[in-house]
Design a protein around this ligand. Structure first.
Ligand code: ZN
Ligand code: ZN
Length: 193
């Protein structure tokens, strides 16, 4: 028997796993540790995608995206901690899963993941069009630009607050910057000088 380095409960050695830091954990703490690591991988992926924005506008968008990723990661970590202290275990993966499109319950092993990571049954996966799906997930840049242009700053808040699609978020930042640049240069004209 060994003690879990996190919750201090004594468990058989066969029920333990090592954390990324090399600490001995019981299987329950190990599952939470893995879930926290998953959140960090998500944050790293978001950072990577934020880093792909180019140019001066890209710097602003990147900063906003990184802040959003930090906020989300923080939220997920605290949710996990909440579950850990409430005594419930992290959700165990069941062998069957409902198809995210048609809701038919199928074996997990027979599903294909969509680009959003949702499981799909075979017939739905066969009719899955990744290009159209990519467009749907990306959202419309024009919608975002209009949001940012007509509601500068508020539009960015809305796009991120309502978790709008990535292109709409970028568009909202772009639209807001555009309006401020326009105001900056047109200010003398508006004042009649
Ligand atoms: Zn433990
Ligand atoms: Zn289906």
């Amino acid at each position: 028997m060994v003690a879990c380095s996190q919750c201090r409960s004594t468990v058989p050695r066969s029920d333990t796993v090592f954390s990324n830091q090399g600490d001995l954990l019981c299987s329950r703490c190990g599952a939470f540790d893995a879930a926290h690591a998953q959140v960090e991988r998500g944050r790293a992926a978001a950072y990577e995608s934020a880093g792909r924005n180019r140019g001066a506008l890209g710097l602003i968008i990147g900063a906003v995206e990184r802040a959003a990723a930090d906020k989300q990661a923080g939220q997920l970590h605290s949710e996990l901690l909440g579950v850990a202290y409430s005594g419930a275990g992290p959700q165990a993966q069941s062998a069957t899963v409902p198809c995210s499109r048609c809701q038919t319950v199928v074996l997990r092993g027979e599903t294909t993941l969509s680009m959003e990571g949702d499981p799909m049954c075979r017939s739905c996966a066969a009719g899955y069009d990744p290009v159209a799906e990519q467009k749907r997930l990306e959202g419309s840049l024009i919608v975002g630009i209009l949001m940012g242009a007509f509601l500068p700053i508020i539009g960015i808040g809305l796009a991120y607050g309502l978790k709008r699609k990535p292109a709409e978020k970028k568009g909202a930042v772009g639209g807001t910057v555009f309006i401020f640049v326009l105001l900056y240069f047109c200010w003398p004209l508006l004042l009649g000088k």
